[in-house]
Design a protein around this ligand. Sequence first.
Ligand SMILES: C[S@@+](CC[C@H](N)C(=O)[O-])C[C@H]1O[C@@H](n2cnc3c(N)ncnc32)[C@H](O)[C@@H]1O
Length: 261
Amino acid sequence: MLAELALQALTPAAPLARRFGLLREGIALWSRGQRQRKAWEPHQARCRAIIAEIAEALPRRRKVVVLGSGPARDIPLDLLCESFDEVVLIDIVHLPLLRLKTWREKKVSLISRDLTGAMAWLTGEAAERQDPVADLVDDDSVDLVVSINLLSQLAWPVADWLEDNPARAAALPENLPGRCIAWHLDDLARFKGHVCLISDVEMIERDRAGAIHERLDLMYGVARPQEDESWPWPVAPFGEAERDREYVHKVCVWRNYRLAA
Ligand SMILES: C[S@@+](CC[C@H](N)C(=O)[O-])C[C@H]1O[C@@H](n2cnc3c(N)ncnc32)[C@H](O)[C@@H]1O
């Protein structure tokens, strides 16, 4: 709790990140990851291994762009720094621990950005959605793009915000959470370099007897190509959110998303 309060005070975050609850969520995610270190490690290790394999197989390793880098527990950061000339980590919030870890690493740059491109439009600060990857898709030196456990996270803060702001929501197009997912998929398909997409797509709520009480489509009905592989990620094991319920997400991987799309 104290660590969370300290992080809340010490983390620089844009007003939009605060308004959409993403500073609070970023800290809560870090904290839950600490508590569930053992339960989350197989998922994070598998993400790191896949990214490492893809990076090692590339013919050229100039710039890697990581979308949704967060606390960087699911990316092989040291390996990326060893193998690429430049490592660009993009997230709406960068926690101080990651800033500390990377501040001496000249190859690494941290960019704070809303990857939905829609938040300023929703709040009325912009007339339309802004392209969140405009400067990156034309950069020929980007040899690898990794979207890491971000896709599902683009939708729910927007859904929550629209629910809290019904008057503004009524003036906006329908299914904006789903559109945020679709926009990100379109954004990924625009890159020229290799694109690896890893995301949870479904949440399952189960009791101790194994009975399923809810299945939630985290993709808001947005279609995507057949994944290359998938596994369960116990995001909230029994006792984390509720004593007798566990929440397990299905994580999918598209090793070469542009090719699959
Ligand atoms: C589940 S976490 C990703 C996991 C992270 N790679 C790790 O090491 O644990 C989702 C990340 O998406 C980021 N995020 C959520 N909405 C975002 C947005 N609109 N733009 C950019 N990043 C966003 C969050 O700040 C968070 O770091």
